[in-house]
Ligand binder design. Structure first.
Ligand SMILES: C[S@@+](CC[C@H](N)C(=O)[O-])C[C@H]1O[C@@H](n2cnc3c(N)ncnc32)[C@H](O)[C@@H]1O
Length: 221
């Protein structure tokens, strides 16, 4: 089955790519639970990808009232807006300035407060405590050539994960819960190895198969 899926992926991939490029040639609205945001072409698209929706559904069961919540690498910020709707005190960070500008506007339009911070990983968040941290990381091992690709590519040498797992331990504690979503498409063994090297354990807490692709949510501690 895995092989068949891979073959199908190879065949359809260029068409998917072209279809996605056409769809995302202009800003597109995205809605969840009555919240609407606009996604710029340079920002990670939650419409045709699975991970954002899986995380949204996953956090729907979590009691977030008055919890401090960080979406590290927020993209469209729909997860941040939803956490805010659920009563969390939300920080959304990214290195994509367009994403942050659009999220600031969506936060005002939906009347859902979100603190938007331009930050390379935790650089501008030092000293902050978060009850919850949610990460949907870029995971393909390739060097990003522009801001749009930063949403997908973690660097040939997994530089994103090397830096993330070096910085993350300062934010992990008994009072904190950190969730990261990964797919069967990424090099799970390599990512777990980098985590382990930094004394971070990854416990699988949720898995789902959608559109033939397995996705996993890990709790990091
Ligand atoms: C896969 S997207 C996820 C977006 C959003 N969290 C979601 O689930 O829809 C990854 C996001 O991480 C951001 N990102 C990549 N490298 C980053 C870094 N070093 N620091 C902060 N954000 C980063 C990208 O710009 C992108 O918005």
């Amino acid at each position: 089955m895995g092989t068949l899926r891979n073959i199908l992926k190879k065949i359809t991939h260029p068409f998917l790519k072209r279809g996605m490029a056409y769809y995302y040639r202009k800003p597109r609205p995205y809605s969840y639970q009555g919240i609407t945001t606009t996604v710029h072409p340079d920002v990670f698209p939650p419409h045709l990808t699975l991970s954002t929706k899986i995380l949204l559904d996953f956090i729907s069961d979590i009691q977030l009232t008055q919890k401090t919540f960080l979406e590290l690498g927020c993209g469209s910020g729909i997860i941040s807006l939803y956490a805010s709707q659920k009563g969390a005190n939300v920080t959304a960070s990214d290195i994509n300035k367009t994403a942050l500008a659009y999220l600031t506007k969506a936060s005002e339009e939906n009347n859902l407060p979100v603190r938007c911070v331009y930050s390379n990983l935790f650089e501008e968040l030092q000293g902050n405590h978060f009850d919850y941290i949610i990460i949907n990381p870029p995971y393909y091992p390739k060097s990003p050539e522009n801001i749009k690709q930063q949403a997908w590519f973690c660097g040939e040498g997994f530089e994103y994960f090397e830096a993330l797992f070096q910085q993350l331990p300062s934010y992990l504690s008994k009072e904190n819960t950190t969730y990261m979503i990964l797919s069967e498409d990424c090099e799970l063994t390599k990512i777990k190895e980098i985590a382990s090297k930094n004394n971070i354990s990854m416990e699988l807490v949720y898995k789902t198969k959608k559109a033939g692709e397995k996705n996993f949510i890990f709790s990091l501690s």
